[in-house]
Design a protein around this ligand. Structure first.
Ligand code: TYM
Length: 340
């Protein structure tokens, strides 16, 4: 099969399930903005509300969280003119291609997903069918745009490998190189931001301790307080990264500093080697407040006008469907579905 060339196009998404945090920002949103500004790609960014409902969402919370996520994208630098900004359920082709991929993907592939195992845990019988099929809808999100590049944090790597498997199987089954084989973009010093209370656990919205994460809505005081209280150790900072190999809490703070300040982690150590954490945390709090507090302020301002956010999402959906409708039509046609 000869490989056609695809328009360089970026797609990524975040669940509007509340408590957007520093991990989402450094692992995902910051790269979304950089890829938008690179001008090498068309960029499409999505609030994946259909993914959020794979676990229970209160309707009023979902509505608010979707608008808040949209506000955080814009406040972080995503420009709705330069990028297409959408809410997943407003572009029905995602769910339509998701069904097709439910018929392409195999049960065994889904059962091996570590996020499924983590989220369903021992209670898989009681998990929603949607939670099991989650990665197949994710593949559809990406491939319904023929996207080529997908910026995500490290925890989504396995889902993106599965997206490649689904595209490969579809192309092979129907004998046409129709879907691109995507490139994951997992880059920066903080592809896996860890909890501020336990450097061996990922920073996550599901952690019951609010002190474990910096939320994108936190003000300057809250950001500084959480960094001051972050777990560390009594040793000074070493002069190279190998010296942090067995110190996950310390390494996490150095990586966060590097990502926020757009530096290499080694450059952070060049500046701070020999410092104790009391001192380093003050410097980290300054960088974090400088970068994050204005985003929180702008989010609050945007949230005062939900009508404007809804208009942006409505316009985004129109632009998105110019891409997704023809791609879905072609996929249906390839499979032998009558189009008249
Ligand atoms: P979600 O909503 O869990 O997370 C959104 C993005 O944030 C990244 N992330 C992190 N990065 C670094 N450190 C952390 N502690 C951290 N926590 C979260 C995630 O890797 C992700 O990039 N399945 C996706 C949403 C999705 C999607 C898509 C992504 C649906 N369709 C299509 C890409 C393309 C998810 O649940 O992300």
């Amino acid at each position: 099969m000869s490989t056609p060339s695809f328009t360089p196009r970026v797609f990524s998404g975040i669940q509007p399930s509340g408590d957007l945090h520093l991990g989402n920002y450094l692992g995902a949103i910051k790269n979304f903005v950089e890829m938008q500004e690179a001008r090498e790609y068309e960029t499409v960014y999505c609030m994946v509300d259909l993914h959020a409902i794979t676990t229970w969402q209160d309707p009023a919370d979902l509505r608010r969280n979707t608008r808040e996520l949209c506000a955080s994208f814009i406040a972080s630098g995503i420009d709705p003119e330069k990028s297409i900004l959408i809410n997943q359920s407003q572009v029905p082709e995602h769910a339509q291609l998701g069904w097709v991929f439910n018929c392409v993907a195999r049960m065994g592939w889904m059962g091996r997903m570590t996020q499924w195992k983590d989220k369903a845990g021992k209670n898989a019988e009681n998990a929603s069918l949607g939670l099991f099929a989650y990665p197949s809808l994710m593949a559809a999100d990406i491939l319904v745009y023929h996207a080529t590049h997908v910026p995500v944090g490290d925890d989504q790597k396995q889902h993106l490998e599965l997206t490649r498997d689904i595209a490969t199987k579809f192309n092979h089954d129907f004998g046409v190189p129709f879907f691109p084989i995507i490139e994951p973009v997992i880059k920066g010093a903080a592809t896996r931001v860890m909890s501020l209370r336990d450097g061996s656990k990922k920073m996550s919205k599901s952690d019951p301790s609010d002190a474990s994460r910096i939320n994108m809505t936190d003000d300057a005081d809250a950001i500084a307080r959480k960094i001051r209280k972050a777990k560390t150790d009594p040793d000074p900072l070493p002069d190279n990264m190998a010296g942090l190999a067995e110190r996950p809490d310390a390494r996490n703070l150095v990586n966060i500093y590097a990502a926020l300040a757009d530096m290499d982690p080694q450059a952070v150590l060049d500046q701070h080697a020999g410092s104790l954490f009391g001192h380093f945390k003050l410097a980290l709090a300054d960088v974090a407040v400088e970068k994050l507090a204005p985003i929180a302020g702008e989010m609050a301002r945007l949230m005062d006008d939900p009508g404007e956010i809804d208009r942006i999402l409505g316009r985004g959906a129109e632009r998105a469907r110019e891409i997704t409708v023809p791609i879905l039509e072609q996929a249906y046609d390839i499979m032998g579905m009558i189009r008249s």
